[in-house]
Design a protein around this ligand. Structure first.
Ligand SMILES: Nc1ncnc2c1ncn2[C@@H]1O[C@H](COP(=O)(O)OP(=O)(O)OP(=O)(O)O)[C@@H](O)[C@H]1O
Ligand SMILES: [Mg+2]
Length: 401
């Protein structure tokens, strides 16, 4: 069985793809051609054994036809991941996302990068083939798949949506098409307006019927953002919240983990049913705390409750937002009260309310706002190499200006 199929006239790329797959189980079959098959059946017929896990549309193929084939594959053979090899541009990213392409690969990528990409694509293919029978969702740290990052705070209005949207845009630059932001503030969610999106479908469509059974249907309910990320927006009507249960949320996140590298969940304030369901899957929690007593005390109580419930995600990131010395509190006061170190400080910023109103997160345009630095620092904490680096001062880097 060929696990990987490559179509390309480019010998050099083929050579690198061979090196990439040489250490992997399963073989690579190449079709040396500068044109595409009429349809999927055309090349699948020529393969022996089971269909491949990954189809690589290599360099030297006509771009539009590659996208057309990818769309057909997505519909007819969703269990085969398609990887498109093209130089990246935002125009291509959007078209590729719409066509259901799994990943983009640079034509000059070296074998190591190709191997990582293929491993990721075949993991996604395996997830789809397996399907997700009810009750298969494992606890976050035992299950495989993407990182589920819950952005939370016991109190409202402290900057959860601001941080969640910026995190999604920031991570989207590191993992184009690998990020989805889910708005679980089901009554008053504003991820759509924070990202200037007009969703055709919302979470209400995504948790019922075919989408809940089939991750490929689910993917068609996501909204594509021009920065190369996906969004699943909150219902338009607040009463729809009652139709969405903790079970729904749990299943949804289990599905998305199979498809995406990063799942960012914006939440409603507090520790309601949907937040608790999210925490069961969360690999990371980003806690947002304002620089005021109610917010800080709320966070301390939140930590205590979650520890008692054994629902504290493995990785914790504390963001102190709207930091300002004028309130009379110091960073040390905050840390002593919550009994945890602050990891990132975001100063009060003039541009943030403006960017919220405009629907363009700070990290989307290269803004020089003082909050940008802190937001970038937060994004860096989720990059794959972050933990590998030595952090002598892991939790002692925050300064309030
Ligand atoms: N560091 C900051 N400086 C100035 N304004 C900020 C900062 N962070 C967030 N804001 C502004 O505060 C407002 C509330 O932020 P946001 O909507 O992100 O909070 P939230 O926690 O999601 O609120 P809710 O609990 O209602 O969902 C927004 O207008 C946002 O632009
Ligand atoms: Mg919000």
């Amino acid at each position: 069985m060929s696990r990987f199929v490559l179509i390309t006239p480019n010998n050099d790329f083929e050579h690198r793809a061979r090196l990439a797959t040489s250490g992997m189980h399963g073989s690579l079959q190449t079709f040396q051609a500068d044109y595409l098959p009429e349809g999927p059946q055309d090349f699948l017929r020529q393969l022996v054994g089971e269909p491949p896990e990954v189809l690589i549309l290599g360099p030297g193929l006509p771009a539009d036809e590659s996208l057309r084939l990818a769309s057909i594959m997505d519909l007819q053979y969703p269990e085969i991941s398609v990887v498109l090899v093209v130089p990246e541009s935002s125009d291509v990213v959007i078209k590729a996302m719409r066509a259901g392409v799994r990943d983009l690969l640079d034509p000059d990528a070296d074998p190591d990068v190709i191997r990582i990409m293929l491993e990721r694509a075949s993991l996604a293919a395996a997830g789809r083939r397996r399907g997700l029978a009810p009750g298969t969702s494992e606890h976050a740290d035992h299950g495989e798949g993407g990182r589920v990052i819950a952005v939370m705070s016991p109190k409202g209005g402290v900057g959860k949506t601001t941080v969640a949207t910026n995190l999604a845009i920031g991570l989207g630059k590191a993992a184009p098409m690998g990020v989805v932001i889910v708005d679980l503030d089901l009554q008053f969610g504003d991820v759509a307006s924070g990202l200037m999106l007009e969703p055709e479908h919302t979470i209400t469509d995504a948790v019922v019927g075919a989408a809940s059974e089939d991750s490929m249907v689910l993917k068609t309910y996501l909204t594509v953002h021009p920065a190369g990320i996906y969004a699943l927006c909150a219902p338009r009507n607040p009463v729809e919240m009652d139709k969405i249960t903790g079970e729904h949320v749990s299943r949804l996140l289990a599905q998305l983990r199979q498809e995406f590298q990063y799942i960012i969940v914006d939440t409603a304030p507090g520790l309601g049913e949907h937040v608790l369901a999210t925490l069961e899957h969360a690999t990371d929690a980003v806690w947002i705390c304002g620089m005021d007593i109610p917010s800080i005390r709320g966070l301390r109580t939140g930590f205590q409750i979650l520890n008692e419930l054994n629902l504290m995600p493995a990785r914790r990131h504390v963001v102190l937002n709207m930091a300002d010395r004028r309130g009379g509190l110091t960073l040390q006061d905050v840390e002593a009260t919550i009994n945890a170190p602050v990891d990132v400080v975001l100063p009060r910023s003039k541009s943030l309310p403006y960017s919220t109103n405009k629907g363009v997160p700070l990290l989307q345009d290269s803004s020089r706002d003082p909050a940008t630095k802190g937001l970038r620092k937060l994004v860096d904490r989720f990059k794959p190499d972050w933990e590998a680096r030595t952090h002598k001062q892991l939790h002692r880097r925050a300064v309030v200006q």
